[in-house]
Design a protein around this ligand. Structure first.
Ligand code: 9YT
Length: 130
């Protein structure tokens, strides 16, 4: 059984900040926890826009706080995000993620799992695990 609280993650090497400061990711479960996925609480900073395309991962995201939107670049479709909204990037969808006036608090699952302190590369992607 694995039991953790967010307090154990804050200020540890499992709390990872984006190079541009747009988000902070608290990685509750990583590859070495052996679950087959990673599980994160992610804070998207108010007023930010981030271009993301996870070329090597699938991600599901569930919003628990804040309001924002995603826009898929292939067709310009905009999807509002508010508490209770889930989106799944089942096609490695390239998208903009925007947080409006307050921070967005998101719960995120990655398959395959992240292994540690990955941050976005120039494509808004994470490398494939070794
Ligand atoms: C929603 C999203 O992908 N935000 C970027 C950070 C990512 N969720 C992570 O590493 O936790």
């Amino acid at each position: 059984m694995i039991v953790k609280t967010i307090d154990e993650i804050l200020d540890s090497d499992r709390e990872v900040t984006a190079p541009n400061g747009n988000w902070v990711s608290r990685r509750l479960l990583l590859d070495n926890d052996g679950m087959g996925f990673s599980f994160h609480e992610t804070i998207i900073k108010a007023g930010t826009e981030t271009l993301i395309q996870y070329k090597n991962h699938l991600e599901a995201v569930y919003c628990v706080e804040g309001e924002g939107e995603i826009e898929t670049t292939v067709d310009g479709k905009v999807y509002p995000i508010k508490p209770g909204t889930m989106y799944a990037l089942n096609n490695h969808d390239k998208h903009y993620l925007r947080a409006f006036k307050e921070d967005l608090r998101l719960l995120c699952v990655f398959n395959p799992p992240l292994t540690g302190d990955e941050t976005h590369d120039e494509y808004g992607s994470y490398p494939l695990p070794k």
